[in-house]
Design a protein around this ligand. Structure first.
Ligand SMILES: Nc1ncnc2c1ncn2[C@@H]1O[C@H](COP(=O)(O)OP(=O)(O)OP(=O)(O)O)[C@@H](O)[C@H]1O
Ligand SMILES: [Mg+2]
Length: 248
């Protein structure tokens, strides 16, 4: 554990070039996320949410500005430097799930933990816990193509958490889910957050956002609001906290 913030972004800018025309997607964002914090990022379509979290995970190169992850300067890293940093510290759930097509669900989830150097037995136990929490135990031997969109999305979340990363970045992890599966995802997020997981999550869903400690609102590539949620608004689905406690 360190005292450094999980994320520090300084005047972060991303300008895409689209057919020679500059498209400013992120326009000078300053942001700090403390270790253990759960931050929701909201904003209309096209406001730069995916671009921001992609840059924070090193999946998109920033145009200017600085990114610090867990006390390490990250925006100047090479692609392989980012790959190593992600393997050690960052779990990522993409808007589109990017599962490995020719591996089973179980192997997709275990892979990051194995790459991260834990024993096969620990990787299996972690996978069993995550798939169990997300109602996917029965699907462990399936290939991703045999799953529904919502199931694939939950597998992607399990994979991102397999390694117990210092930081979880998630781009609309409940975007394709019905309310029952959303509830499973929220319960898992709440569980790992309670155990100290730092989470930065893009969502359109007010129920998801209301579980966060803080909501950052984007508009046209800039932060227009950044506020802690009052305690009373944090329990969207009356039962979520209770279920977590029952499961101990
Ligand atoms: N590869 C790209 N090339 C050019 N422009 C891009 C590219 N990716 C995104 N953009 C533009 O950048 C802006 C921000 O896009 P971004 O995907 O970050 O929005 P978003 O907030 O995640 O939206 P959504 O809620 O629809 O997912 C948009 O105007 C988009 O068209
Ligand atoms: Mg997006």
């Amino acid at each position: 554990m360190t005292d450094a913030p999980a994320i520090k972004a300084i005047n972060l800018v991303k300008i895409y070039q689209s057919g020679g025309v500059p498209v400013p997607a992120v326009r000078g964002i300053d942001m700090r996320v403390e270790s253990g914090e759960f931050v929701a990022i909201m904003g209309p379509s096209g406001s730069g949410k995916s671009t921001l979290v992609h840059m924070l995970g090193g999946l998109d190169v920033r145009t200017s500005g600085e990114i610090w992850i867990d006390g390490t300067r990250a925006d100047t890293l090479s692609e392989s430097g980012w790959a190593l940093l992600r393997r050690q510290k960052v779990g990522f759930v993409f808007q589109f799930f990017n599962l490995v097509a020719n591996m089973t669900v179980a192997d997709n989830v275990e892979l990051p933990a194995l790459l991260g150097g834990v024993s096969p037995r620990q990787a299996r136990e972690r996978r069993e816990y995550l798939l169990g929490e997300l109602g996917l135990t029965e699907r462990a031997a399936a290939a991703p193509a045999q799953l529904s969109g919502g199931e694939q999305q939950r597998v992607a979340l399990a994979r991102a958490l397999a390694n117990q990363p210092r930081l979880l970045l998630a781009d609309e992890p409940t975007g394709n889910l019905d309310s029952r599966n959303t509830k499973d995802v929220l319960r898992l997020l709440s569980d790992v957050h309670r155990k100290g997981q730092t989470i930065v999550l893009v969502t359109h869903d007010a129920r998801v956002a209301s579980m966060a400690d803080r909501v950052v609102s984007l508009l046209d590539g800039q932060i227009v609001d950044d506020g802690a949620l009052p305690r009373t608004r944090r329990r969207p689905l009356g039962t979520v906290g209770d279920v977590v406690e029952l499961r101990g």
